[in-house]
Design a protein around this ligand. Structure first.
Ligand SMILES: CC(C)(COP(=O)(O)OP(=O)(O)OC[C@H]1O[C@@H](n2cnc3c(N)ncnc32)[C@H](O)[C@@H]1OP(=O)(O)O)[C@@H](O)C(=O)NCCC(=O)NCCS
Length: 127
């Protein structure tokens, strides 16, 4: 964060404000045009597209399954949308480090991005 290469956001509870329950990181990247599904690519300029990267999102083990992951993902989308009013951002991209958590993002509407099976994305035009 000090070097301005990433931002980290944490979730805490009112009862234990010093204990981190979950966190996520946001930074920026560009998506290669040919990584997009053809149906979406048809309407876009043939250039790398600006995107936000949700690099990591994790919930502490004892707090999993209580909706906090969903809330943090919604928070990341909300922040990204707010920034996209000032600097264009086409999509939110997520790198899924573990196949077990892919289902969480797919359930939230994220789509596979290109040939890299660990990378998912959510076009922001639907919001
Ligand atoms: C995956 C993770 C982010 C989900 O957060 P969470 O707070 O447990 O999830 P939520 O309670 O918000 O669940 C939201 C929805 O996603 C679903 N879901 C949660 N985890 C899921 C998974 N692994 N696969 C499929 N669906 C999942 C829930 O069933 C829920 O669905 P519903 O709204 O229909 O009830 C969290 O469990 C986590 O951090 N896991 C560990 C990740 C990890 O170990 N990473 C290591 C590398 S960094």
């Amino acid at each position: 964060m000090k070097r301005r290469v990433s931002r980290v956001f944490v979730a805490t509870t009112l009862e234990q404000p010093d204990v981190i329950t979950g966190y996520y990181t946001l930074s920026s990247l560009s998506i290669e045009f040919d990584q997009l599904p053809e149906k979406l690519a048809r309407r876009l300029p043939r250039h790398p597209l600006p995107a936000a990267l949700l690099g990591r999102l994790g919930i502490s083990q004892d707090a999993q399954g209580r909706g906090i992951g969903g809330l943090l993902l919604a928070d990341a989308i909300k922040r990204t949308l707010a920034v996209s009013n000032q600097i264009a951002i086409y999509a939110l991209v997520v790198d899924v480090s573990d196949d077990d958590i892919r289902g969480f993002y797919e359930q939230c509407g994220l789509l596979p991005l290109g040939s890299d099976s660990r990378r998912l994305f959510l076009p922001l035009q639907s919001f």
